[in-house]
Design a protein around this ligand. Structure first.
Ligand SMILES: [Zn+2]
Length: 396
């Protein structure tokens, strides 16, 4: 059995917002899954284990971007760029979730074409990992004419999500609500665009429209890019139990105010973090880390809580078997540290100082997919791989 142990970890962020920090200095990985957390010696290191000496850095679950607009492959027609998903992996994102493949040139809007696109995107991304990153593609856009049977068929073919309600021809809650129910009956998670009109052809969505439609996720409560009023934010926080998404390509002021409101309302377990790129704002490889640093430095959310929003919270809402450093979870991990020159003494302190942390290494299913980020500043401490126990202690 292949075993990997991460040792000399200074801080372990669990991903579980109820208990964000874990005791211990080591993580054991077996067959791509987390098999133990604790003191290095207690994990019974063996001679054939591969070791990563984390050199006093911080380990977090791989970040999950709850809001992306891919199409097919690692290409965005919206900003005409190749490799944006792989580039985001260098920002610590190990899972990206589609909020709808709306940027496909000539996107069909009839039921057959709409279904075909969702199924194709779901199946092609299930087979394709850009740079090693997992992509949950195929978020169906609600268009006129879709039936209950269509949702059952799409679900059976691997479509797990409904992309932002409001981006397709179904615009008002009276039309959307029955489809949302069909989608949910088929086991799908439903996102709903919230706030001002994003691009010509889509629509403005108010808090009342969200409440009447009853999705699972309030997409970009801080706007994508134009936010609803704080009165509407307050309504969504206090009068619903919906998941609340804060995105990079939204309104940064409302992001902070919404986060503070959630601290007050004890609703931190409902916040998830997305990029909402590619979009008119661009392609932002460090978007998720930037939102984490933004919230950790300017709102009353702690750095480790912000990390949990971008990991365990999102995994729970999308029912993904990752996002936590816990036994049995997929070993998608980020080793991070304070970036060179930051006033923060470690990754979490750097975030609270407003700095984007340094991604020192990224693992997916226990395999190193990024040995050193090309997009963040370099870390102060650098993890080191010893291929085996023998290699580590120098014996033959
Ligand atoms: Zn949107």
């Amino acid at each position: 059995m292949s075993r990997l142990i991460l040792k000399n970890i200074e801080t372990i962020v669990s991903g579980d917002i109820k208990r964000p920090l874990l005791k211990g200095d080591a993580i054991l990985i077996e067959e791509g899954k987390i098999a133990g957390i604790g003191r290095f010696d207690d994990l019974k290191p063996g001679r054939n284990d591969t070791l990563i000496d984390c050199a006093g850095t911080t380990v977090t679950p791989g970040l999950i971007d709850s809001h992306c607009h891919p199409v097919l492959g690692d290409f965005t027609p919206r900003q005409k760029q190749l490799g944006f998903l792989e580039s985001q992996l260098h920002g610590g994102v190990t899972t990206t979730i589609s909020a709808g493949e709306v940027h496909l040139p000539g996107r069909p809007k009839d039921p057959a074409g709409t279904k075909a696109l969702a199924i194709l995107a779901a199946k092609s991304f299930a087979n394709f990992r850009p740079g090693g990153q997992k992509v949950l593609g195929g978020a169906v856009i609600l268009e006129k004419g879709l039936t209950k049977r269509d949702f059952e068929e799409m679900a059976a073919e691997g479509v797990r999500t409904v992309g932002e309600v409001g981006l397709g021809s179904i615009k008002n809650p009276a039309e959307a609500a029955p489809m949302v129910q069909w989608a949910r009956d088929a086991g799908m998670v439903v996102m709903m665009h919230t706030g001002g009109t994003s691009i010509p052809g889509s629509s403005t969505v108010t808090a009342d429209m969200v409440i009447q439609t009853d999705p699972d996720i309030v997409s970009h409560i801080n706007g994508g890019p134009t936010a609803v009023s704080m009165e509407e934010v307050e309504k969504l926080v206090r009068e619903t139990t919906l998941a609340l998404e804060i995105v990079h390509c939204g309104n940064p002021k409302v992001a902070v105010e919404a986060a503070n409101l959630c601290v007050e309302a004890k609703a931190l377990d409902r916040i998830i973090i997305g990029n909402d790129a590619p979009s008119g704002t661009g392609v932002i490889p460090l978007g998720i880390l930037r939102v984490i640093a933004h919230l950790a430095s300017l709102s009353s959310v702690k750095a480790e809580e912000a990390v949990c929003m971008a990991t365990g919270n999102c995994a729970r809402i999308h029912r993904l078997p990752r996002g936590l450093i816990a036994e049995g979870r997929e070993a998608d991990l980020v080793i991070m540290d304070t970036p060179m020159g930051s006033i923060g003494s470690n990754a979490l302190a750097a975030m609270e100082a407003g700095d984007v942390p340094a991604v020192a290494m990224v693992l997916v299913d226990g395999e190193i997919v990024v040995p050193k980020s090309r997009n963040t500043p370099p870390p102060v401490r650098k993890p080191l791989v010893a291929r085996s126990w023998r290699g580590d202690d120098g014996e033959e």
